[in-house]
Design a binder for this molecule. Structure first.
Ligand code: GAP
Length: 440
């Protein structure tokens, strides 16, 4: 069974994710992505970007800066109670928690008495310029979408967009979370993939349902099963301060059902507030109907790390008893990471059957050099072939190409499928085309 500890250990051991600043004892609520993690993250971001920008009509992308005028955060409501959590502290062990994590006013760690709660704002402060005072204070963005709203007029006029249309963005966001936890689920630095759909208020409900359904289909298409993911209609007492309606997409993590993505009807909250605070007109004028109005915004917002975490959990399998015939006893467990091939860090492993046969390693390296130009490929000649298959299964590489003694005779290699373990022989000249076909 998949547990948080197992995922954490696999991620560290195989170069997906490392705790930040580890040699200095770590840095709370922050993680670094290793060589495999960054590939996986880039794949997820590319898939989301293609989904939004390529496959849907009328969506354009931007990349706004992380640092922005602090006035933006005043207008958006993030500097007030709207973006604050309840903070409580244990009088005994002095650990701090979010109010909603504490039951019966007892410390979840030591059972000690808990202080009264107070509001704690999650914006991360910084200073821009050589003096550190009120005039240079600003904030690291807590959500990427504000960069979209403040560029609404720029995008509208430069791209001649007509409502309904969307603006998408991927980028870092920062929140001074009181109690970051559950590995990469709740961190202080993370990336968001957000799309803001601007529409006429009368069509907002329909578009809300449309985007909600589109987004869950994206997870299905990347290997998340229907019983592992669900919608949660969020009631008004729990909703974000800007949301008229909110549906969370929740994934069944080893530590319970948790939000991975939010679909929000933000109404005209952002555009009207930015209009008011900046004294710029952010209304939309419809040339055809001659109507002028603040568009409503339907937002889809997902954390890259949370979705990556869900993909890892969904892919993780343990198989007892020598699947690759390298485990000693039938009780031994082999890990298989059944990631969708579009998400897996490497697409193909190139393995010479043995490493002390120069003819074989030469051919294997030539195949590696050739495939490398088109796919993420890994070369491995260390250990028995069974162990090497196992290492690739553990990091989710969908295909392995092995050069063996037959190769020297007839110029053929085997291609092994990670999930079925079936192997077929093909000519070396066909490898590129075959992998291309398999990855489609
Ligand atoms: N613009 C809307 C917005 O930011 P949110 O529900 O606060 O809405 C959206 O965040 C998504 O961002 C979440 O569903 C989650 O995937 C991700 N996210 C939010 N806070 C996070 C944190 N502290 N650590 C990791 N991901 C986080």
């Amino acid at each position: 069974m998949v547990t948080l500890d197992k995922i954490f250990s696999l991620c560290k051991r195989r170069g997906f994710i490392f705790p930040s600043s580890e040699i200095y004892g770590g840095f709370g609520g922050v993680y670094d992505f290793g060589p495999l993690g960054v590939e996986m993250k880039n794949n997820i971001k590319r898939l989301w970007w293609d989904e939004m920008i390529k496959f849907h009509e009328n969506i354009v992308g931007i990349d706004a800066a992380i640092l922005m005028s602090p006035k933006i955060w005043e207008a958006s409501g993030h500097l007030t109670a709207g973006f604050a959590d309840e903070l409580v502290e244990c009088k005994n062990c002095h650990k701090r928690f979010r109010g909603d994590e504490v039951k019966d006013l007892k410390c979840p760690e030591c059972g000690g008495e808990i202080t009264k709660s107070r509001k704690f704002n999650l914006m991360m402060k910084t200073f821009v310029g050589p003096v550190e005072d009120k005039s240079t204070l600003t904030y690291l963005r807590a959500e990427t979408c504000q960069g979209i709203y403040v560029n609404f007029n720029n995008v509208l006029s430069s791209m001649r967009m007509k409502i309904p249309f969307g603006i998408a963005q991927i980028g870092k966001a920062f929140r001074n979370e009181i109690n970051p936890k559950d590995f990469i689920f709740r961190t202080r630095e993370f990336e968001q993939m957000e799309m803001q759909w601007f529409c006429h208020p009368k069509n907002a409900d329909n578009f809300f349902d449309f985007w909600r359904d589109e987004r869950i289909k994206w997870y299905y298409s990347l290997g998340i099963k229907k019983d592992e993911i669900r919608f949660k209609e969020v009631d008004s007492s729990e909703r974000a301060h800007y949301a008229k309606r909110q549906v969370d997409i929740e994934y069944k993590f080893p530590f319970g059902w948790k939000e991975i993505e939010g679909i929000h009807n933000r109404g005209d909250w952002d555009l009207s507030n930015h209009s008011k605070h900046s004294r710029q007109d952010l209304m939309y004028f419809d040339q055809k109907t001659r109507e002028k109005y603040f568009p409503y915004v339907i937002e889809t917002s997902v954390g890259v790390e949370r979705s990556l975490f869900a993909f890892l959990c969904a892919a993780y399998q343990e198989i007892k008893g020598g699947r690759t015939k390298t485990t000693k006893s039938s009780k031994d467990v082999e890990i298989l990471l059944k990631l969708d091939k579009k998400i897996s860090p490497f697409k193909v492993a190139i393995l010479p059957l043995v490493k002390n046969k120069p003819g074989l390693t030469k051919i294997a390296k030539e195949i590696y050099q050739k495939l490398k130009l088109n796919f993420m490929v890994i070369y491995d000649e260390v250990g028995t072939i069974g162990r090497r298959y196992r290492r690739q299964d553990e990091i989710g590489t969908p295909y392995a190409i092995t050069c063996d003694f037959e190769t020297l005779k007839d110029n053929t290699v085997t291609i092994r499928d990670r999930d079925t373990m079936e192997q077929k022989r093909i000519n070396i000249n066909e490898v590129n085309e075959e992998i291309n076909k398999l990855l489609k």
